[in-house]
Write a protein that binds this ligand. Sequence first.
Ligand SMILES: C[S@@+](CC[C@H](N)C(=O)[O-])C[C@H]1O[C@@H](n2cnc3c(N)ncnc32)[C@H](O)[C@@H]1O
Length: 214
Amino acid sequence: DATPALLERAKNRARRLGVIDRFQTLEAELPEDFGRLGEADLIWAGNSLHHLGDQRAALAGFAGLLRPGGTVALVEGGLPTRRLPRDIGIGQPGLEARMGAAAATRFEHMRSELPGAKRETEDWSALFTAVGLVPQGTRSFLLDLPAPLSRPARDHVVASITREREVLGELLTAEDSAVLDRLLDPEDREGLHHRPDVHLLTARTVHLGRRDTP
Ligand SMILES: C[S@@+](CC[C@H](N)C(=O)[O-])C[C@H]1O[C@@H](n2cnc3c(N)ncnc32)[C@H](O)[C@@H]1O
């Protein structure tokens, strides 16, 4: 990863799980640093391939690092997260769906500005085949934390909506922005800090491709 804070977080997690003795991180900016990555049996790219302008070329780069029998795991796609009911009793119903549409616009803008940006049909199985890997299937993992949320899960929801409020800024209507301000106000009884209907429901999808043994 190119972000030291994220690598530090991963390291702390490995320490907590007792696997720090076989865990290392490498600060690297792709695609420039492909040559520094070394060989691998498993390459796990968690929601990161889409940050590279030429996803096909990057996947070919990963394929080139795999030892025979090795696997590339791509976490891409899945489902948009839901944290609130469709109608929360304030503003227009469907707030999270509109936030999702704004996020899709922002995502497209982010991709268009990447160096060497290329449009690619995101058929990961077809792309695995195109770079010489054998598709091994796709699996989705559900996170389903119903209301009422624990304090840490509620804190996560507040943090994620705070970030979305910041980055989606002008892509949201003034009315939706005002509703988000209310939701984020710790004093507001209808806000995220207090309302009983806050939940956390999402799915992440992992796509696998393997390099055949000769
Ligand atoms: C959405 S986050 C995913 C983080 C983490 N892999 C996960 O699964 O939760 C995207 C990550 O891609 C990293 N990233 C973006 N562009 C990159 C690049 N050109 N080279 C290396 N890492 C990059 C960012 O630093 C960020 O940590």
